[in-house]
Design a protein around this ligand. Sequence first.
Ligand code: FUC
Length: 755
Amino acid sequence: MSGKIMLSSPAPTGEEAFKGGWNEALPIGNGSMGAMVYGGVSREIMQLNEDTVWVGSGGRNRVNPKAKGSWRRVRELLLEGRIKEAEELCASDLYAIPDQQRYYDTCGHVAFSFPFGEYSGYRRELDLDNAVCRVSFVSGGSEISREYFASFPDKVIVMRQKSDGARFGCKIDISERDNPEYSLDVGEIGPYVTVKEPEGGCRYGVMLSCESDGCVICSETGAEVFDATEMTVYIAIRSDFFGDDPIKWCENALSAAAGLGFDAVKSRHVEDYRSLYGRVELKLDGDGSDSLPVNERLKTHPDDPALAELYFNFGRYLLISSSRPGTRPANLQGIWNKDHNPAWGSKYTININAEMNYWPACVCDLAECEMPLFEHLKTMLPYGQKVARDMYGLEGFCAHHNTDIFGDCAPQDMWMPATVWPMGAAWLCTHIKTHYEFTGDEAFLREYIGILKEACRFFTGYLFERNGRLITGPSTSPENIYIHPSGESGSLCVGPTMDSMIIREIFESCLEYSHLLGEWDGLCDEISAMLPKLPKPTVGKHGQIMEWSEDYDEAEPGHRHISHLWGLYPSDQLSFERTPGLMGAARVTLERRLANGGGHTGWSRAWIINMWARLRDGEKVGENVEALLGRSTYPNFFDMHPPFQIDGNFGGAAGIAEAILQSQGGVIKLLPALPPKWQSGKASGLKARGGVTVSVEWDGGKLKKAVLTPSTDKPIKLENPHEYKVFGDCCTAKRINDKIIEITCAPGAKITIEA
Ligand code: FUC
């Protein structure tokens, strides 16, 4: 393994530090605590975050009291083609009051001043194999080296600096703050700052302790180190979100870490991290440019397969570092945010972004990292049931296009193309299906089927019949605008294609799993009767999959959302197996979006990669991976919306996996969409649905060898149009059709496939 994000200069720590310079700093995180490491020589900055530090409190009911009496009228106006009036009524009666959910905040930063002047041989790297960031340079004839990491087992962020020669001094400052309400203090362990977040938000503490072979003097504003060749700083951050005292908690974490000492804390961290990261390996043979700093590689070699490999590994690194059992789900920026009021509140946008964060989880064998998303569904459920009742007068679980740490499900913003879209809970619930398909974890399914049912229940009341079809409305096709035949344009509509696809997905999985778990009930009877009336995707005048229930033109044909291809990815409702006749239309849809400027945000590009992979077009996968790297990636490898948004990192990683392995529909497909430039390479430890571990090796763009290791004795379906040789201990293979073979063997057995 050798995944390294390498840079040859520090990120700017002056004026630019909290502007563009931040996109050059490198992220470390333990799921909840995070830091951005600038690697400054004489002034170093670590910008800090903790995932429960949000502005404002929970428990609000923002539902517009007029909504219950008006939403059906909005629907009628839409059906009468009176779009403007419908949108006006929606704006006055359906938008929530206040219109904003809570938002994520930064925990400020800690600054270090060192007496280093001239320096040479500078290097900064994020070692993805060990989750350690390193900085080194030579100053005054001594080599200065630093290591930084965030430990999940020991709940601290650590920074250590060593000099191999001259002694150094350092001032550590925690007082550079612009929070309105904070206080500085020093306790037995070290200095700390406590901050009260505005609008009834949490109270949190940041505390540090410092060890050195020199002398350390702590004060309220930080610490001063004299005459050292080595210093170690431990940082703990905690809010009162969980009800405990942040300062006590920090003291405990810091004294436990200091008790263990740097070496033990580091080896426990590396062991913990590698137990997740080390499950998968990807090697894409590159063009030899990997000795260059990544910012140069991004500019000059965006098509280097080795850079795509790094992007994939960085995605896994980010997921492990921002989402672990017991933490909050990764938000729009994972956990890394420098702003007091970040773009889109750095909360959870659930009309694509939060879901995309979890696309790589299962295939990369990081299913446990997805648990925070499911835990969050539990937080949302009571709120979403109240929204269903208070806003729509209906039963069930309903959320709109955003949620926050408190699980708020009421509409967000006052923006017609996005705000009133009652599908957020439903989309999130489709992850229950995917997670179960990969893990086969029945206990998980039992735990979450109730939530899935509540999401379905909402639609038993909300769907309405028109021309024999059951459709949604008022809703939107996120976040696009259509042109009505009357010439009016609008975004509020009835029956957008994506809604029907999402509802089909949760209805079908609810029925399947209710049957499996013996939990069939009246709701299942009801939705089985409704299912045949859900509209199927239709082809429109351009040969495209229609985005709306009528064949409207789009105001922005290159829109970043490609919602009507939801069935292509993440779902497989549009697939060569299920709907071969519609795959051409899916292709036209994507081509049209791209021809009109689509893919201009990082996440949109990432989605497009996954869709091309499902369309089995390796060339397009390659082109779009190259575009993601070359046009939508910051020097620190963060995804660029702009600004930074982490969804593209995760979606891109998922797309790279999707080029190598697919398993939708329960059929394993090896190298289904390999970009032509990825001539040779290998992947191991990837997971296919059904809990099968897959390793694959290829050369000249062709499969050489693959090994499948099932975790159960259920038969494995493998696409094998090429008559690959299949052998393994006690395993039997039989052909089911001209493309697919079925292999049966014992759990843990190795099935070898050779070209
Ligand atoms: C959706 C997208 C935007 C942005 C925001 C956070 O609304 O359309 O591009 O990513 O979420």
